[in-house]
Ligand binder design. Structure first.
Ligand code: BG6
Length: 487
């Protein structure tokens, strides 16, 4: 059958952002501190030293709590989306967005996480945001937890290690469904739930020093289990409250290839990919994979479960699968193999792939392989909810940003998506990360730019915060207008 270049009718083209990286207004209108508000910008850390940026210790957190400024905490400023969202939505609408993925800052609704009633000003903000999106015919996709839990829950309970956090999260989610369910059909529970092992504080408020010595890994698995249960419980609530709702899980797809066909490289790679799939297995199939359970047993890790937990997981699985895809990695049994950073991971360098300024390996075909792999494994609709390239943009003499490298990156990825669709993968949407420059999750830099829209702000927060279209703005607009035909 002859294939056209067009994507399926109704394909959801758009972009993705997260509250903690865009909203700013960190202490406005009753918002409490979130774990993101204590993330520090570290000017001296190298772009390629991912670990230097993500670690958070108690002393840093305490210092940040006492610091009432935003000088070293760029996520407190974001890009001032809280005040400028109408202008930004208008630009997204101009690009023809069918959808926009956003998250809800939990601490804007529940400042400490323990309040019984939500902060009405916060509720109104999100109501207005979603109403405006609907007016512009932009379908919201909403993540409930994207690295922004109330800091108070982290400090008091060591985050998700404590089972009580499930109740607080369910209360928050119910308010979201009751208040915003009329506007929002697509909900994601936890952003990159697997990332808890790479940055436990950002993902789940877990502070390593609060764990008993030797219990650090055990605590992270316990926190993860609580997130799995919470995810299932809020999936149930959404199904009961919102007609035709679609609830999805969200994973970091970290595609790994064997560096060579040495069986040792192949086995190590297989295990890496199995580990990466584990999180979707639980949320899609409703149970822990047997080999993961065995692995935990072998490692002496015991997850405390209540009698109903397995039933809750089994009965409340997700409706679709979403994931982020930025890069791929290789794996090797050779300890001397050269390594390069990726999305908060360190992998073996693949000699066939170029990399970004942050060392992330650019691999469009890896996206197609990921799509085929995920669809074959789960047979549920898929959505790519993050994909993009962090780059240093410069304003040329003509006052414009000629970001051909960004268009090249996206074009190559879109072609691979289309090929996967033509091979039978049910891909229903795509949201680029990020359609507008924002504060980097990993490094808290503004200078790591992802957008089609430039934001005039630097790493220290200087600038007018004015928005400007890059060349890629018109290009993506045309891709959406032609539903992928004009790549
Ligand atoms: C994803 C996160 O892992 O990667 C986003 O969900 C993040 O929040 C994105 O921004 C890109 O990472 P970074 O570190 O370049 O912002």
């Amino acid at each position: 059958m002859k294939q056209t270049n067009q994507f399926p009718k109704g394909f959801l083209w758009g972009g993705a952002i997260a509250a903690n990286q865009v909203e700013g207004a960190w202490n406005a209108d009753g918002k409490g501190l979130s774990v993101a508000d204590v993330d520090t910008y570290k000017p001296k850390a190298s772009n390629k030293d991912y670990n230097a940026h993500v670690a958070t210790d108690l002393a840093t957190i305490q210092k940040a709590i006492e610091d009432p400024t935003d000088t070293w905490y760029p996520k407190r400023r974001g890009i001032d989306f809280y005040h400028r969202y109408k202008e930004d939505l208008a630009l997204f609408a101009e690009m023809g967005f069918k959808t926009l993925r956003v998250s809800i800052a939990w601490s804007r609704l529940f400042a400490t996480g323990e309040e019984l009633e939500p902060n009405q000003t916060g509720v109104e903000f999100y109501k207005n945001l979603f109403a405006e999106m609907k007016r512009l015919e932009i379908e919201p996709i909403v993540t409930l937890s994207h690295y922004e839990m109330p800091l108070a829950l982290s400090v008091k309970y060591n985050g998700w290690v404590d089972r009580q956090i499930i109740d607080y999260f369910v209360r928050f989610a119910n308010v979201c469904f009751d208040e915003f369910g009329q506007y929002v059909k697509y909900w994601l529970t936890f952003n990159e739930i697997d990332s808890i092992h790479r940055h436990p504080f950002k993902t789940a408020g877990v502070i390593e020093e609060k764990s008993a010595p030797g219990e650090e890994v055990q605590d992270v698995y316990q926190a993860l289990h609580h997130q799995f249960v919470a995810s299932a419980l809020v999936t149930k609530a959404a199904h009961e409250k919102i007609p035709n709702v679609m609830v999805g899980c969200m994973l970091t797809k970290l595609m790994t290839y064997p560096l060579t066909c040495d069986p040792q490289d192949v086995e190590l790679t297989l295990k890496k990919n199995l580990e990466n799939n584990f999180y979707a297995d639980v949320q899609v199939k409703g149970e822990y994979p047997k080999m993961i359970e065995r692995h935990l047993e072998n490692e002496g890790i015991h997850i405390a479960m209540e009698s109903d937990d397995r039933r809750i997981l089994k009965e409340n699985t997700v409706d679709f699968i979403t994931f982020s895809y930025y890069m791929s990695m290789a794996e090797s049994g050779n300890p001397q193999a050269e390594r390069t950073p990726g999305n908060t991971v360190l992998g073996v360098k693949n000699p066939h792939l170029p990399e970004t300024d942050w060392g992330w390996q650019i691999d469009p075909q890896g996206l197609k392989i990921s799509l085929i792999d995920l669809y074959d494994r789960y047979q549920l609709p898929l959505m790519i909810v993050e994909n993009g390239m962090g780059a240093i943009d410069t304003i040329s003499a003509d006052g414009k940003i000629h970001d051909d490298y960004r268009m090249d990156y996206f074009r190559a990825h879109f072609k691979q998506m289309k090929e996967a669709i033509d091979e039978g993968v049910d891909l229903i949407g795509y949201t680029s990360w990020a359609p507008i420059d924002l504060v980097s999750a990993g490094t808290s830099q503004m200078s790591k730019r992802y957008g089609f829209i430039y934001v005039d702000a630097d790493d220290e927060g200087n600038g007018s915060y004015d928005r400007m279209k890059k060349d890629s703005f018109g290009w993506y607009q045309n891709v959406i207008r032609t539903n992928g035909a004009a790549l």
